[in-house]
Write a protein that binds this ligand. Structure first.
Ligand code: ADP
Ligand code: MG
Length: 287
């Protein structure tokens, strides 16, 4: 590939809001066999909203709000927005707050330990069978469910929905039409992740991945061929660096953007397909 052709390629893509760090990246894009996506904020909009509260709503939302005040997780923001809507946002925040990676948050309220998170956070606490059933129904509707409780009691649950971006389904179809394998990696629950994957047509889903393990999964897939990883979160930075091509959403923080070889200014997944098409065109022309 001539340097001039590569410069023309990177210039062309910049006009579309696809920033490519250098010409070698375009060459790597042309080798890619599979595209691995983060879920939240990449395939989905990343602005989750509370859709259902099962159990005593006022008590659940007061407790959840007091705990999530200390967290910056997208799920925490959804909980706080909803608590505010109910006028429950001016309570004091929980003491001895702790965020437990991939599980949820805990703290002290009314002299007891309170918690919001997934089933991994429950340890030996039990969920009532009816609540368990309700949880699974909501998850099958692609809603992330967090359990809310205090001491050894689960008092109810909050379902939170984060819809796919408008462009995700077509972008994934275009990649598959080019013969690329599509994979989703997420810390979220299997039922939820599979429901989202079905909505957008993703081939394979890997769920309940701890943030630090994303890069290891990328490395494992590299045994099968060159990998592009697409992500937006700080958690995604190591996977972006490990992949043959790291594609970062422009909405990501500085660390994320620095870890990407390609930056999608418009946060539009269609631009993943556009970048791959562009590189194929350039390399077929140059050869
Ligand atoms: P992802 O962003 O890919 O879903 P995370 O590792 O951030 O992955 O979160 C995984 C899971 O941990 C969430 O789906 C949720 O069940 C739980 N969790 C993490 N942080 C919180 C929080 N602040 N409040 C409630 N649940 C949380
Ligand atoms: Mg994300």
């Amino acid at each position: 590939a001539t340097p001039t052709a590569l410069m023309v390629g990177t210039g062309l893509s910049a006009k579309h809001g696809i920033l490519i760090k250098n010409g070698e990246v375009l060459e790597a894009v042309n080798q890619v066999k599979m595209v691995i996506f983060d879920k939240t904020g990449t395939i989905t909009v990343g602005q989750p909203v509370v859709t259902d509260v099962i159990g005593p709503e006022k008590k659940i939302m007061t407790l959840a709000g007091q705990l999530e005040k200390n967290s910056e997780h997208p799920l925490a923001i959804a909980v706080l927005d909803y608590a505010e809507k109910l006028g429950l946002n001016n309570q004091e925040s929980a003491k001895n707050f702790a965020a437990i990676e991939g599980q949820g948050v805990t703290g002290e309220l009314n002299g007891q330990t309170a918690f919001v998170g997934n089933t991994r956070l429950l340890a030996e606490r039990q969920i009532d069978p009816d609540l368990q059933k309700k949880m699974q129904e909501l998850q099958a509707e692609a809603k992330t469910v967090v359990l809310v409780g205090e001491a050894d009691q689960v008092i109810g649950l909050v379902a939170i929905q984060d819809a796919p971006k408008a462009s995700s389904k077509k972008a994934i179809a275009d990649l598959k039409a080019r013969g690329l394998k599509t994979i989703m990696l997420t810390g979220d629950n299997q039922l939820v992740a599979e429901a989202i994957a079905d909505q957008v047509g993703i081939d394979q889903v890997i769920t309940e991945v701890m943030p630090n393990d994303k890069a290891d999964h990328v490395q494992a897939f590299q045994q099968e061929g060159a990998v592009a990883f697409v992500g937006d979160g700080i958690n995604d930075a190591p996977a972006l660096s490990t992949a043959n091509v790291g594609i970062a959403m422009g909405s990501g923080t500085d660390v994320v953007i620095e870890s990407g070889d390609i930056i999608l200014v418009k946060n539009d997944l269609q631009d993943v397909a556009t970048a791959i098409e562009l590189s194929a065109k350039i390399f077929n022309r140059i050869k």
